[in-house]
Design a protein around this ligand. Structure first.
Ligand code: SF4
Length: 408
């Protein structure tokens, strides 16, 4: 790989770039407009191996700055199917992290990308080269891709214009999965793509539980397994249902035991207690237990303020991540909020007491259907636990009034 300025390979996965080593970053919490989006096109629509940059390139940017970024991955191939778009998009996480001194976190409209000073000094000063490396990796590893082009958009206005289109596509993918339940299928999926950052983490993806990153639902994992049976996502027989409320299945327990190298041997898909799902570092949000009210809040990656427990997302992410089962703290994909089995063993959405305002609005319809929308506080209502308690008493939250019965 001598044609590139930096080294490439799985040995660089898990490499982090700290503030003092940072040359530039794209996306992340300081930037509101960012996305990555894979699009399946016809063979004549894709100019193979083209890398385009719309806006300033790395060498034109100010050192240590944070910038918007949109990444379009256009692919074509006779064997590719529309279901495979999310799979190809998610591979961006793996391949970008193969690049020495380049770091990628999260997914979709949450991406956060960093380039190190060391790799910039080695000559990696253009998104063109990053695109060429990615095209090399995509075409080497996914035979079904016959043509691929990558566009990096750093022009803020253009990223802002395209973002709503990308959001519509993400939403359509998520909606598709809503009609299916765990009981309707025999096969679940497991993704170990994030084990480079969290070696004991296994995402178990079932129809009623999408992956922590929010980028892979059951249909996406099915397509990923078909596209690359040797890849990081594989299917398995869900096995005997050991607890339908907590969501414990014999097949999932067995997979977790093997893939966590024996660290865990049980997992509940629909409870945050006892044997909760593990969390890597890519989760979109965290569901966190608030002992003072015996209920839950959710905080997402883009919310930079404090929760009523006085902690920010970054601090909470530190103790939740790393592939551990942490009682009462679960990384999750935000669309899980729409799942009919959302932490059903613990009281589900009716036990939610705090959400950032934009998440409360995004899921308004679902929360209203549960009669809980007006009962949930946001940062506009409360700042502390005392204020939260006062708010919940004032609105008559059904969980605090003892009106929510736990199933089973
Ligand atoms: Fe895979 Fe889970 Fe990581 Fe998403 S969060 S890439 S599903 S391991």
């Amino acid at each position: 790989m001598s044609e590139f300025h930096v080294d490439i390979g799985p040995q660089y996965e898990g490499e982090t770039i700290r503030k003092e080593d940072l040359y530039v970053e794209f996306g992340g919490p300081k930037i509101s407009h960012k996305f990555e989006w894979a699009r399946l096109k016809s063979l004549d629509e894709v100019e193979h191996e083209k890398v385009e940059i719309i806006g300033p390139d790395i060498k034109d940017l100010e050192e240590e700055g944070s910038y918007p970024l949109g990444i379009l991955i256009d692919v074509a191939g006779a064997e590719l199917e529309p279901d495979m778009e999310p799979v190809i998009e998610r591979r961006m996480h793996m391949y970008t992290n193969y690049i020495e001194g380049f770091w990628h976190m999260a997914q979709r409209n949450d991406i956060w990308v960093r380039l190190s000073k060391g790799s910039f000094k080695k000559g990696l000063d253009s998104l063109k080269e990053i695109g060429e490396i990615l095209i090399f990796l995509y075409t080497s590893e996914i035979a079904a891709i016959e043509k691929i082009s990558i566009t990096f958009i750093t022009d803020e206005k253009r990223v802002e214009e395209l973002l709503p289109e990308a959001l519509k596509v993400y939403e359509a993918r998520d909606r598709r999965a809503l009609g299916l339940k765990d009981e309707d299928v025999d096969e679940f999926y497991c993704c170990v793509l994030c084990q480079s950052f969290a070696p004991t983490h296994t995402c178990i993806v079932a129809p009623s539980r999408l992956a922590n990153c929010g980028a892979m639902n059951w249909f996406d994992c099915k397509a990923a397994y078909k596209l690359d049976p040797e890849g990081p996502i594989f299917g398995f027989e869900k096995g005997e249902c050991l607890d339908p409320i907590k969501g414990e299945y014999g097949g999932a327990d067995e997979v977790v035991k093997v893939k966590s190298l024996g660290n865990y041997d049980r997992v509940y898909l629909h409870s945050a207690f006892e044997h909760p799902h593990t969390s890597c570092g890519c989760f979109q949000a965290i569901c966190f237990y608030i002992p003072e009210v015996d209920a839950f809040g959710i905080i997402h990656r883009d919310y930079t303020g404090l929760t009523p427990v006085g902690i920010k997302f970054s601090t909470m992410a530190g103790s939740t991540s790393g592939g551990k089962q942490v009682d009462g703290f679960c990384g999750l994909g935000l669309e899980l909020l729409r799942s009919p089995k959302f932490f059903q063993a613990d009281g589900g959405r009716k036990r939610l007491v705090w959400l950032p305002k934009d998440i409360k609005e995004r899921y308004r319809e679902t929360l209203e259907a549960d009669g809980i929308y007006d009962k949930i506080a946001t940062e506009e209502d409360v700042n502390t636990i005392d204020e939260l308690v006062e708010f919940l008493e004032r609105v008559g939250h059904p969980w605090l009034k003892g009106e929510v019965e736990l199933p089973g």
